[in-house]
Design a protein around this ligand. Structure first.
Ligand code: ATP
Length: 142
């Protein structure tokens, strides 16, 4: 089966993943994308989610906290705000982040006064990052 190179880097951890893969399924700001070898050139922004990577003999999931993806016919480069392979994820930390973010969203919703748009967006993004990490760990949330 043909392959395309996938390189994922993050500012804090440097190289997260580098491998020849068969397919990548990601969620971008424009919707879900399936990237196969020889894909057309593309530059897009990713939202926090659990990416699916199809490799010889199986599929793995990688949590991404958002970032940018550049695709050429031979290479996919993801500059992630944060990204973790399953074994790097601390479940208790992700559960705590999930609870903090959902409590915050709940508090904003119940506030009598107008809450800041930026604060709610930040809490929603934190919730999405925590969800992505728990999904990769096989833990259902919602
Ligand atoms: P927290 O509130 O727990 O810090 P966060 O979503 O705000 O979570 P990020 O800003 O996305 O954290 O990531 C900061 C750094 O911490 C990154 O290097 C990221 O890979 C790492 N990180 C965050 N949460 C986890 C986790 N649950 N397990 C392992 N690494 C994590």
């Amino acid at each position: 089966m043909s392959t395309i190179r996938l390189e994922i880097v993050s500012p804090q951890r440097g190289e997260i993943y580098s491998n020849d893969i068969n397919m990548l399924i990601v969620r971008s700001i424009a919707g879900e994308l399936g990237i196969l070898p020889r894909h057309a050139r593309l530059l897009t922004e990713l939202i926090p989610h659990a990416m699916k990577v199809k490799v010889e003999g199986g599929e793995i999931q990688i949590a991404v906290g958002g970032g940018f993806m550049e695709v050429t016919p031979e290479l996919i480069t993801i500059l992630a705000n944060a990204a973790e392979l399953e074994e790097a994820i601390d479940v208790e930390r992700a559960k705590a982040a999930y609870k903090r973010a959902s409590d915050r969203i709940e508090a904003y919703k119940n506030a009598a006064k107008d809450y800041g748009e930026i604060d709610i967006r930040r809490a929603e993004a934190a919730l999405a990052r925590a969800k992505a990490r728990l999904t990769v760990k096989g833990i259902k949330v919602d």
